[in-house]
Design a binder for this molecule. Sequence first.
Ligand code: WQD
Length: 337
Amino acid sequence: MTVMITGGAGFIGSHICVELMHAGRQVVIYDNFANSHPEVINRIRRITGTAPDVVKGDVRDVNTLISTLSAHGCSAVIHVAGLKSVADSVSKSAEYYDCNVVGTLRLAQAMQQTGVRNIVFSSSATVYGEPDVLPLREDHKLAPVCPYGRTKMQAEELLIDIAHSLSPLNVAMLRYFNPVGSHESGLIGEDPNGVPNNLMPYISRVAIGRLPALNVYGNDYPTPDGTGIRDYGHVVDLAAAHIAALDCVDKQRVLKVNLGTGQGTSVLELVDAFARASGKMIPVTFAPRRPGDIASYYASAELAADVLGWHAKRGIAEMCRDAWNWQRKNPNGYLDQ
Ligand code: WQD
């Protein structure tokens, strides 16, 4: 039976699509291409030998969702489509609630109307907010400190309520930490519009010469080297976790799982690792802390291992190697086509 991937032409969605196709699953990509490039479809075909089915549509368009779920005989949905910039969610809050919350609701309604009961939802560690204790476990309180994190928490809550309704869904919510890297082919990768908000694509563009230096946002945090610590995970490992979640989503009504490595890496440590992987100098300048940034967060990876039988296989060196391989082969991202 077919799996619909909303946002399947995006950075994470395209990697999930490749892994599903490698696993022999039928997929249909549902994407409005607002934040992804049509060339991605061609790249997926080059990697897997087959072009995935594609429907251009918005997650708030219930009728197109219904027709896609029905026409493709979908048995499950992996819901990745959404807006994810912490900074933009402050200046464009209404757009974030409309896309991330209303979009998730409309998708759930379309699934209820077509009898598709299984959903794997792309959630985020930003739902936790400032950690009380580390590593972050799934039972940590939810206290998001930005509109983006609040939209993810509210989307989780509406899915939980629907899971217990008279027209229930089976829901697996995967809380991403910091996905980075790219497929080993270097054919698909992270290609944000404009100047990247996130660390790894920013470093990549410094290394390729598109940006002059990395601004390190704060070196006065209470961390060993003073810079922010995050749990970076390889996007291919993350994609594999979605397949594991699909295989068990119908075994319990609601599942919440962190997708992290359990290891924290600082900004300067990542810069050093990338310099080693690429052979490129990464000039840095120290800048004030970025508003809303948290000093340190990383996951407990225990539940993912227990429930999904999943753990991250790739380390920081592989993440940097593969991120550089993508950037080196695509200096201007997908616009090179
Ligand atoms: C990481 C570290 C910065 C850029 C992101 C997404 C969010 C969520 C989690 C999915 C921090 C520092 C960054 C730069 C820097 N993803 N930094 N200079 O903030 O953890 O959140 O991942 O749910 O949607 O926004 O990741 O890569 O932006 O920052 O010093 O130019 O790098 O201060 O310590 P973050 P990030």
